[in-house]
Design a protein around this ligand. Structure first.
Ligand code: PMP
Length: 457
């Protein structure tokens, strides 16, 4: 039989017809540009050259049940025997999914489906402006909300750009970014000052309740509460972007964990284990502004919204998250991973903060305490962070070798996987240290802590 084409051959073909050879920013990784993905199952994926990786990157977070979950795939196949996209009226599945989301997520009274998280955050800001007649949007350093212009600011800025609007792309009208205020995460005083100065013109505050786009910054309870209080007082719309935290950390999202209820919530990623679906939900009076009746103030549409196959995937995913001890499993493995890695790095004498929440873990190479805002992360040694991750494939493990990226554990990972992860991390960090990893990698232009970009790049 003819042998399958190698990764080098396929990657070369990709670069001829796809700009940069990949279909989303941050899929083309320095040192890994010849990698082509061939197969994925459970906790693992395989490249076109037959190499196996235990996957902690997890496509930036969707496959909480593991890759190619058989129950989710069966639901998608079954939907295909009955119906596909008709693009008129509504299907039973969309009604069931909306009812499920309204039941699970505290802020959600009504909900609309999108195909991506970016569409959900786009419409959250649009409807906030429609509802308030105001212009400004407040966001926080370290948070990523998608690729659209209002939020297209780098989550990881050069040290001299912290606090300064730093566009993620050219081609954005400056007027749009001028309407976005960027504040420091966990900084209650900055929030109060922004509202004191601009409260009458703030349409929305959008926040990742846990900024996972820079690994993991855990929110102070008083910070989330201050956002709630200031928005209520000023009549601004509070948006929790739970695209990562929703379902992964709790079926009710971080809002259920924190007890702080936003006005609007955006969802995506773990909602359907990797099938393309997002959602925007919240207060009925806000969501009803999207009513399709003539004269409704806010417009909302999408050819693929509520596609029966992805709705079936979401229903099957949420059903399994409710029926099986998924959270118990991933929280337990997450604790084991953090404790094991912290102990291994302490043995090596490496200054490190091993943090995260539940299934998410990340190791920053910096002295403690745990970072509370993005500027604390400027102390992370990017050379070590990226350096050990570049060595993990030698141990059959994949963690995305880009600065400040988090890792994810799924229901398909086992205790044995975590034991292997801890020992591989120990070896990879030791080898990075031995090769003078910090200087070797930190010197490279594309590797420094100041690399631009969110996950959309
Ligand atoms: N919000 C957050 C918190 C995200 O992490 C992402 C994606 N990384 C988005 C929004 C955008 O979602 P999508 O890539 O599906 O458009």
């Amino acid at each position: 039989s003819r042998s399958a084409p190698s990764g080098v051959t396929l990657a070369e073909r990709a670069r001829r017809v796809i700009p940069g050879g990949v279909n989303s920013g941050q899929r083309s990784i320095p040192g890994l540009t010849e990698m082509v993905i061939a197969r994925a199952s459970g906790a693992r994926f395989w490249d076109a050259d037959g190499r196996q990786y235990t996957d902690y990157h997890a496509a930036f977070g969707p496959p909480l049940l593991g890759h190619n979950d058989p129950d989710v795939n069966a639901a998608v196949a079954e939907a295909g025997t009955r119906v596909d996209l008709c693009g008129v009226a509504v299907t039973h599945g969309e009604i069931q999914l909306a009812e499920t989301l309204a039941e699970l997520v505290p802020s959600i009274e009504k909900v609309l489906l999108t195909s991506t998280g970016s569409e959900a955050t786009f419409h959250a800001l649009r409807v906030a402006r429609a509802a308030t007649g105001r212009r400004l949007v407040v966001k926080f350093q370290g948070c990523y909300h998608g690729w659209h212009d209002s939020v297209s600011l780098n989550v990881i800025s050069a040290p001299d750009r912290v606090g300064v609007p730093d566009p993620i792309s050219t081609g954005i009208l400056p007027e749009v970014l001028d309407a976005t205020l960027v504040l420091r995460f966990n900084d209650v005083a900055a929030v109060r000052a922004a509202f004191a100065a601009h409260g009458d013109d703030i349409a929305a505050v959008i926040v990742e309740p846990v900024p996972h786009n820079v690994g993991c910054l855990l929110p102070d309870q008083e910070f989330l509460q201050a956002l709630r209080d200031e928005c209520t007082r000023a009549g601004s719309v509070l948006v929790f972007d739970e695209v990562i935290t929703g379902f992964r950390h709790d079926l009710g999202g971080w809002q259920r964990i924190s007890g702080v209820t936003p006005d609007l919530t955006t969802l995506g990623k773990a909602i359907a284990n990797g099938y393309p679906i997002g959602a925007l939900g919240g207060r009925a009076d806000l969501m009803d502004l999207f009513s399709t009746r003539p004269g409704a103030p806010a417009f909302f549409a999408g050819t693929y919204n509520g596609h029966p196959a992805v709705v079936a995937a979401a229903l099957a995913t949420l059903g399994k998250l409710r029926a099986e001890p998924v959270h118990e499993h991933v929280y337990r493995l997450g604790e084991r991973a953090r404790a094991g890695i912290a102990e291994a790095l302490a043995d090596l004498g490496v200054p490190a903060v091993v943090t995260g929440h539940g299934s998410v873990f990340v190791t920053y190479f910096m002295p403690g305490p745990a970072p509370r805002s993005y500027d604390d992360l400027l102390r992370n040694d990017a050379g070590m962070f990226i350096g050990y991750r570049r060595r993990m494939p030698e141990h059959g493990i994949f963690e995305l070798p880009l600065n400040l990226k988090r890792n994810h554990i799924s229901y398909a990972h086992t205790d044995a996987d975590i034991d292997h992860l801890v020992e591989a991390t120990r070896a990879a960090v030791r080898d990075t240290l031995a090769s003078g990893g910090t200087t070797e990698l930190a010197g490279t232009a594309t590797m420094g802590g100041a690399v631009a970009g969110g996950e959309g790049r």
